[in-house]
Ligand binder design. Sequence first.
Ligand code: GLC
Ligand code: CA
Length: 562
Amino acid sequence: MGTREPWWNGAVIYQLMPRSYADGNGDGIGDLQGLASRLSYLRWLGVEAIWLTPIYPSPLQDGGYDITNFKDIHPELGDLAAFHRLLTAAHGQGIKVILDLVLNHTSDLHPWFQRARWAAKGSLERDVYVWSDDPHRYADAPVLFRHFESSNWEWDEVAGQYYLHRFLRHQPDLNYENPWVQEEMLGVVDFWLERGVDGFRLDAVPFLFEAEGSRCEGLPDTHAFLRKLRARVDAHGRDVLLVAEAIQPVDEAKPYLADDELHGAFNFVLTAHLFAAVASGTCKELCNALEEAQRAVPGCRWALPLRNHDELWLGDGHLVSEDVIQVIRAGLHQGQGHWLNWGINRRLAPLLNGDPRPNRLLHGLLYSLPGMPHLYYGDELGMGDWPGLRDRDPNRTPMAWTPARNGGFSSAPDPLLVLPPITAPGYDYRVVNVEVQKQLPGSLLNWHRRMLTCRRLLPALRRGTFELLESSHPSVIVYSRCIETMTVLVAANLSGAGASLHLDLSRWQGERTREALWGCEYPPASADWFIYLPAYGFSWWLIGEVEESVEFSANDALSSPA
Ligand code: GLC
Ligand code: CA
């Protein structure tokens, strides 16, 4: 692979749920064919990769994270030929494709589990899963899905034993002590790599192994298996991204990023602190979290989400402190009944009470901090949610494409739709949709496109060093991103009140400064360089001259044909 930069360094990744994205065959359910027809939109928007939540055959007890066959496509989504067409088309548009890899568990309808139940106790077939005669084993492992389950063990009549399930009782945990399981799951990785996928998001990765007296998270054996998996992936000789979903504090997420393990890991601590900063209007804790993350693993290997298909996970005090959780709960808009499990079950725009200013601010930070920014489908429009739907479905409703019926998601009659499109006041698909927002120059959608265009033109944001600078204002965070040929300065005001301050830019004394997003000249850098940021305002500035080859105009780039 040489020294060439891997494709994911600083890449912007767009997460989508294929069942809710675009319906290609008019049966009311989004599918691969529909998604393929929307790739030109994603290219226009400027994302570099798409992460598809699970597309495998599944009874859908847990949004497809309960799988009955790891090497096929759910018939409602298409088939392997449709997947091939999608992948080829995505690559043709310069878009990488990342699949969800659910290593920890299967569906209880998976043939392996059905075979295990009937197989003799202690046989290899039985031992594909984790069984016990005593439901108090591993008592220190918390119940994760406590909205549905009260124990990690479920009695199985046929087997005459309890089986372990860290998630739903429909999702028995695979037994990684069994070498057959390890080899089968490595075979799943081979299968999809041979079909050309560009990466995997490793679902629920801390839970592969268990040990008495521990939370059963991130045990040494789990890391040993992940190193095996990495070696297997490397053997394919391509740049394949492996990113961990480990909802853990930074010091516990760090081991996944060892050089011989995974390339990326979500930083959910940072996500919580981004929300806490906006909720409190102060940035000290956010600065600490950024420093901690960079100290642990410098560079761009943290995957940065704002929202995703789950609740905004805050945890039980293990991920972030109770104080931070309280700040978020008090400061964000929740309404009634939005606390699910360990977090707030809302999409981004309603969490921010529909205010586009903190919405832009949070994305402005995401797009300029070191890491891989993740954009959740619909958040580029400020799409709303449907409180009252089951489980996490409020955040998983159909993408709004046009003001036409069903938001252009599907031509099927309403009762057939996978989930109802949003018609709530303020978020109605007749107003909040791609077609309308494309035509409004000031829309959130056009803003995202401008941000992503600028980010592409500013490689310092993608792979530059990161340094927090002194700020004399408690609401304003200031940092620089530098590569040899380019310095970008960022300042952002986390509060709902305007902020003015002087920055000490003496290290760049006398150099030219320009606001990079809109191209406006500022006074040369000095020891008391004055800025004003409106409520939730932020700016990116270019410091000094940049080489002719990277001289840019976002306006030119944006006026090129879609
Ligand atoms: C991950 C997924 C979540 C799923 C769980 C069990 O946390 O993001 O949606 O329910 O794993 O697979
Ligand atoms: Ca369909």
